[in-house]
Design a protein around this ligand. Structure first.
Ligand code: PGA
Length: 253
């Protein structure tokens, strides 16, 4: 069975103390995860070791970095390398979140480099893709996201691509309270899987979890996650509330 994942993206929120409280609240809900389920916390860099300690090896719970630099090492003041993340046992890293693409001009090519460095260090990329409102209104979202996959992932072998996670996040739904409907999510997730199948074959495409992101909350998670090609969610705002995120974790099929 494909992995089902509830991933929290804290973005640039929480002090250390607030982050500790938030994790305590979520872990306090004592949600036991089945073998195919995962809860992942993409916390700011300074809190990665705190979060690892809090999760304390609990089955199915892990951390993620929110970003990594696309160079191996060297004179890049303020940046964090894949090797550094590996050295503190970070298992996952977000790549290409739309906020990184927009505010930090991250190109598909740069994201391909980040993915290669992460994989070389044994870290699983959670590759984010998704279209802006203008593209959705023009009805060209499928070719837009297919290009994002092609330019950042299609240099990978089938064996390697089968290990990554994809998050589809329509930009018009991020932080806006405007969620894609379950039908809209299912439709484009199925399309993304067909693009992966076209390149790598159905068996590989069937192994890759494709998460939905964009105003996922406790009240809509179950419906979204019940779509056959939606394998969980990448959650911003609602992941900052312990009760909400615990509900979202509990909504994983
Ligand atoms: P949101 O953010 O849940 O606040 O819409 C999702 C994301 O950006 O990952």
């Amino acid at each position: 069975m494909r992995k089902k994942i509830a991933a929290a993206n804290w973005k640039m929120n929480c002090t250390l103390q607030q982050g500790e409280q938030l994790l305590d609240g979520i872990l306090g809900a004592n949600i036991e995860l089945k073998a195919h389920q995962q809860a992942i916390f993409a916390v700011p860099f300074p809190y990665l070791t705190m979060a690892t300690a809090k999760l304390n090896g609990r089955k199915g719970y892990s951390i993620a970095a929110q970003n990594v630099y696309n160079k191996k090492s060297g004179a890049y003041t303020g940046e964090v390398s894949a090797e550094m993340l590996q050295s503190i046992q970070v298992p996952y890293c977000l790549v290409g979140h739309s906020e990184r693409r927009e505010y930090f001009s991250e190109s598909n090519q740069m994201l391909a480099e980040k993915i290669d460095l992460l994989l070389a260090n044994g870290i699983t990329p959670i590759f984010c893709c998704g279209e802006p409102l203008s593209i959705r209104e023009a009805g060209t979202q499928n070719s837009f996201v297919a290009k994002q996959l092609e330019e950042s992932l299609f240099h990978l072998s089938a064996e390697v691509v089968a290990t990554i996670v994809i998050a589809y996040e329509p930009i018009w739904a991020i932080g806006t309270g405007k969620t894609a409907t379950a039908d809209q999510a299912q439709e484009i997730h199925a399309y993304l899987r067909s693009v992966l199948a076209g390149k790598y074959g159905q068996a590989v495409a069937d192994q890759i979890p494709v998460l939905y992101g964009g105003s996922v909350k406790g009240s809509n998670a179950k419906e979204l996650f019940s779509c056959p090609d939606v394998d969980g969610g990448l959650v911003g705002g609602a992941s900052l509330n312990a009760e909400e995120f615990a509900t979202i974790i509990s909504s994983l099929p």
